[in-house]
Design a protein around this ligand. Structure first.
Ligand code: NAD
Length: 263
């Protein structure tokens, strides 16, 4: 019977890799924000795990063609956990890692803005699936703060339209059926090619094309570390897989790499 190496020795090994690397890329998914009170989609307590039908609400075609879907989407946005959420020790650990000068890119699937709220340099953050903090017009491309659109919903507009052209407004997130921003994907792929160490944190690594940066980094010669509470689709290609709570494990790795705890 094979068993996973014990967590302490894996943390020690990964801290060593962090210390040795001069170019690190990190990819985060919804799992880094669950400890801030924002549920993930596919984890054990995930929104889609509990209610598979909810996935349909995130599909562009339904959003564009069905006013009822848009009305429901605006109501969900009003209630979104991101407005109240605060960064947790996992986000803070990445800010500490950035201070070492080694973190060259923070690729995130998250739309919640918590990396920037924690103090990560916005220039390093690539929000590959967009942000919920802005709205975009699906006709003219005009962007505006989400808070202003939500004020309109609160004052009675069920499906507020673009002030400039009356087009359909949507959160500036990437829905199913919608292309990624080409420049964001290019930056993510470049980061994968340039890094010596890629750390994937809190993602099931099943959402493409962004998940493909992990094998891309591997092929380019980087070490791969995966930190997630449950198995991911890419555990097999990782040099180290750490299984447990991100808010507990990530600060330990960064502290040990920095030499601020006994090594
Ligand atoms: P996912 O839901 O597919 O996977 C999240 C993973 O994190 C799961 O495997 C789960 O086991 C793990 N996890 C959850 N909490 C954890 C914790 N405290 N410690 C360790 N592991 C934990 O998420 P995904 O792969 O990022 O894909 C979902 C997509 O939906 C994302 O690409 C994103 O665009 C969007 N999304 C964003 C947010 C957000 O912005 N916070 C939240 C939900 C979904």
């Amino acid at each position: 019977m094979t068993s996973m190496p014990d967590l302490d020795s894996e943390i020690h090994a990964v801290a060593k890799l962090v210390r040795a690397a001069s170019r690190i890329a990190v990819l985060t998914g919804a799992g880094i924000s669950t400890e801030s009170g924002i549920p993930d989609f596919r984890g054990p307590q995930g929104v889609w795990t509990k209610n598979p039908a909810a996935e349909k609400l995130s599909t562009l075609q339904h959003y564009m063609n069905d006013p009822d879907v848009r009305r429901r989407a605006w109501q969900q946005r009003l209630q979104h956990e991101a407005w109240e959420a605060e960064p947790n020790p996992g986000h803070a650990a990445l800010v500490a890692l950035e201070r070492s000068g080694k973190l060259k890119a923070l690729l995130t699937q998250n739309i919640d803005g918590l990396h920037q709220k924690a103090g990560s340099n916005p220039a390093l953050v690539v929000e590959i699936h967009g942000t919920i903090h802005e709205v975009v017009c699906m006709s003219c491309g005009d962007r505006a703060p989400m808070s202003k659109a939500l004020d309109r919903v609160r004052s009675g507009e069920e499906d507020p339209s673009c002030r400039a052209c009356n087009g359909i407004l949507k959160s500036a997130t990437i829905s199913f059926g919608q292309n990624l921003v080409a420049e964001d994907l290019r930056r993510a792929e470049q980061a994968a090619l340039d890094c010596e160490l890629m750390v994937a944190i809190g993602s099931s690594l099943g959402v493409y094309p962004i998940a493909a940066v992990v094998p891309l980094a591997k092929q380019a010669g980087a070490h791969i570390v995966i930190l997630n509470g449950t198995p991911t689709e890419m555990d097999g290609l990782a040099d180290h897989v750490l299984r447990g709570k991100i808010g507990e494990i990530l600060p330990r790795i960064v502290a040990e790499a920095e030499g601020t705890v006994g090594v």
